[in-house]
Design a protein around this ligand. Structure first.
Ligand code: PLP
Length: 369
């Protein structure tokens, strides 16, 4: 095997073998994943059938309760779940336009599924690298059926509004006669910065989607929450979109493990991310954003080409069993590369001195051009 797939496997093997990991989590084998899922299994659980019963229903109830929602529906992907939520908003309001940020996931990473498959139209909030303001939403030139708010806005640096800004932007959407949907793929860790528990966020809006595999570390899947009417609609359209999979218990079981083991740790990751970001900001030529981070993830720039940084990360891992930061990409500024840092369980072991030492060992491996 050669090419990107071989590079990825080499990187995963190197990361798995590391004694020290700053960004990300050590990858598990499938066997280890199965052991963890077995440990999460409620007793006497039968498989679900087309998403009904079993551990799927168990996860739906658990997430409805955690988010303080009336009802929850499990989907194979967030891409599908959000199209259903947006379609629902269009049908209820009679408006096929959706207001969303130019850096939001449906506009950047879903091959225009919202338009091509779901027949919706985007009304973009201003192209600023920050969360939209209430004034910007109030001033949008066209009517829209749903305002989609991505919390946090990943491609702007995992950015969150303050609670008051969020309330104001939701109010502005409602004042335009729109429903409000939260892309909460990473809502789990957002409650720290927002200073409000998840049910308070859910209560503010009409629907929320959460991911089962990002910060929860599951296999795949998404849950859409809202009222009973939305849930019934979601089950009907999930079927039409081909998402009523015969059995979804593996995704549900992995999510249960994540809810038991990762969810309680996320506030600790968010707290430690502040120290990691503060320390990385002292590396010569480095920048971090946002400072301090709003969640346990943030952006990190270094003044070198991405290839040189990726090679250095791999060499450090393979030769010194230490993982710094990976998946660098070049930016529009020549010689300046960007990576996303994720502070998870292994980084908790590292204090500021150890992070600085790791950064220096990493940089010693980057050739000066
Ligand atoms: C903010 C956000 N929304 C939606 C999605 C879509 O999730 P899925 O991969 O389950 O389709 C992602 C996935 O990366 C995401 O980051």
């Amino acid at each position: 095997m050669s090419g990107p797939q071989a590079d990825r496997l080499r990187r995963l093997a190197a990361l798995r073998g590391c004694d020290v990991v700053l960004s990300g989590a050590r990858p598990s084998t499938v066997g280890e994943r199965l052991d963890a899922m077995r440990a999460a299994l409620p007793e006497d659980t039968l498989p679900d059938m087309y998403g009904e019963g079993g551990v799927v229903e168990h996860v739906e109830h658990r997430i409805a309760e955690l988010l303080g929602a009336d009802a929850a529906v499990l989907f194979p992907t967030g891409t599908m779940a959000q199209q259903v939520a947006l379609r629902h908003g269009a049908e209820l309001t009679g408006r096929d336009a959706v207001a969303l940020h130019p850096l939001s996931h449906p506009l950047l990473h879903e091959r225009d599924a919202y338009a091509v498959l779901t027949g919706l139209r985007a009304v973009r909030t201003p192209d600023a690298g920050r969360f939209p303001t209430a004034e910007e939403v109030a001033d949008l030139a066209e009517p829209f059926g749903t305002l989609l708010l991505e919390l946090p806005l990943r491609d702007a640096g995992f950015l969150l509004p303050t609670w008051d800004e969020l309330v104001a932007v939701v109010d502005a959407g409602r004042a335009r006669g729109a429903r409000v949907h939260v892309d909460g793929a990473r809502l789990w860790e957002s409650t720290v910065h927002l200073g409000r528990p998840a049910p308070t966020v859910t209560a503010l809006v009409d629907s929320v989607y959460v991911s089962l595999y990002k910060s929860l570390g599951g296999v795949s899947g998404a849950v859409l929450v809202g009222d009973g009417e939305l849930a019934a609609y979601a089950r009907a359209w999930r079927h039409r979109y081909g998402g009523t999979v015969f059995q979804q218990w593996p995704a549900a079981l992995a999510a249960l493990h994540g809810l038991d083991h990762e969810l309680p740790r996320l506030p600790g990751y968010v707290a430690h991310a502040r120290l990691v970001a503060e320390t990385l900001a002292t590396v010569p030529g480095a920048r971090v954003f946002p400072a301090p981070p709003h969640t346990h993830q943030f952006r990190f720039w270094l003044p070198y080409p991405a290839d040189a940084l990726n090679d250095a990360a791999l060499a450090l891992a393979e030769e010194e069993k230490a993982w710094f930061v990976g998946q660098w990409r070049d930016t529009d500024v020549p010689g300046l590369a960007l990576a996303e840092v994720t502070v998870a369980d292994p980084a908790l072991e590292l204090d500021a001195d150890q992070i600085t030492d790791l950064a220096h060992r990493f940089l010693r491996r980057v050739p000066i051009s």
